[in-house]
Write a protein that binds this ligand. Structure first.
Ligand SMILES: NC(=O)c1ccc[n+]([C@@H]2O[C@H](COP(=O)([O-])OP(=O)(O)OC[C@H]3O[C@@H](n4cnc5c(N)ncnc54)[C@H](OP(=O)(O)O)[C@@H]3O)[C@@H](O)[C@H]2O)c1
Length: 345
């Protein structure tokens, strides 16, 4: 039977490389590219069709950073598909990253250099902002939009006699120290990306606890350090090109410098082949590349706490009902305003 696979943020980088890999390994895949920009989505579909002319590839407009777009997309998914086999929650942003150049140059000549590049720990801060829904943008995009999508799709994702895999593109930059249950949106901090990725690790654990019995399984991966639009936003591409020989050299000593989107998508495509029941909910599956360029996937235990994951889950549910109530009120106000205008015309 063909597999129905939906990928968010599928038009570039790791998401697009994943789609390419899935089509190469399984011609029966029915792909849905869920993207916020339909021109870029169309270009991605054309690129995929160039190498897989018979592929079944559909497009869906989805801006995970907009609540209304998520709800609309979820409705569309429910109409189009009676089941999803894989939902890759891959779209992500790291806006306005600021590099601590002092720490970078100090780190370049320290024994910590590999860890520093692999995790960006101590190197990066970001300037977050409030989006049109009144939520912190990084939290809304990397976590909450995906959470709402999963909640809306529960009838499609949780079906008797069927398993569905949720697969989050997390990061090794996900750090407990950047996350706080008192500030899940990271209003007050300067590491919203790290906080949102740690929150996705916690949420994945909670989703397993709540939904495994209904056939829904959740996993997280880290793609390693990959050259994509996201990394080109951190440092200009000429800088990455300049240090590329060093990075290739470092790869001899470490395996987290996957560097290409194809390599970065290793764990995502490996998970596609696994029985979800056999996966460890407390492990992050890392895409790794050896010095000789061989790709493989390795699970590594995450620094997670069950109580913390449950507390986050509860807070997300509360936030969900709050934003739903607000949207309903706004719609009622709009309807009342329209009625008023109709009467006064
Ligand atoms: N590159 C790395 O080294 C690295 C390391 C660890 C984790 N990651 C994670 O890997 C994932 C993929 O990133 P990437 O490195 O492949 O970067 P990328 O090329 O910038 O891809 C990000 C994708 O997410 C999409 N996206 C962003 N905001 C969105 C929104 N509001 N709604 C829908 N789609 C949205 C982008 O669409 P547009 O083209 O329209 O912007 C793009 O397709 C992200 O979650 C990132 O955090 C990357």
């Amino acid at each position: 039977m063909h597999k129905v696979v939906l990928v968010t943020g599928a038009n570039s980088g790791i998401g697009l490389a994943l789609c390419e890999r899935l089509l190469s390994q399984n011609s029966q895949v029915q792909l849905c590219l869920a993207c916020r920009n339909m021109q870029r989505a169309e270009a991605a579909r054309s690129a995929l069709l160039a190498s897989h002319s018979d592929a079944q590839i559909e497009l869906l407009r989805l801006d995970v950073g907009s609540l209304r777009s998520v709800l609309k997309a979820a409705e569309e998914i429910k109409q189009r598909y009676n089941r999803l086999d894989y939902l890759y929650l891959n779209a992500g942003i790291m806006p306005n990253p600021q590099v601590d150049f002092k720490a970078l140059f100090k780190g370049l000549f320290s024994s910590n250099v590999i860890h520093m590049f692999a995790t960006a720990e101590g190197l990066l801060t970001q300037q977050d902002r409030v989006n049109a829904d009144g939520l912190q943008e990084v939290f809304a995009t990397n976590l909450f939009g995906h959470f709402l999508l999963v909640r809306e799709l529960e009838p499609v994702l949780c079906q008797p006699e069927h398993t569905t895999q949720l697969i989050w593109t997390s990061s090794s930059n996900a750090r407990r120290s950047a996350f706080s249950l008192e500030d899940i949106q990271h209003h007050k901090g300067v590491e919203p990306y790290s906080s949102s990725k740690y929150a996705s690790d916690l949420l994945s654990l909670a989703l397993n606890r709540h939904h495994n019995s209904q056939g829904l399984f959740s996993s997280v991966i880290c793609p390693g350090l990959v050259m994509t639009n996201l990394t080109y936003g951190i440092l200009p591409s000429f800088f990455w090109t300049l240090i590329m020989p060093v990075m290739w050299l470092i790869r001899v000593f470490t395996n987290t410098f996957t560097l290409t989107p194809y390599n970065g998508a290793e764990a995502l495509s490996w998970l596609f082949l696994q029985r979800p029941e056999s996966l460890d909910p407390r492990a992050k599956y890392h895409s790794l590349t050896s010095g000789l360029g061989n790709n493989y996937t390795q699970p590594r235990k995450m620094d997670l706490d069950e109580d913390m994951s449950e507390a986050l889950y509860e807070q997300l549910l509360q936030l969900e009902s709050k934003v739903r109530k607000k949207m309903k009120e706004e719609e009622e106000d709009l309807r009342a305003h329209k009625e008023y205008l109709d009467q006064t015309e």
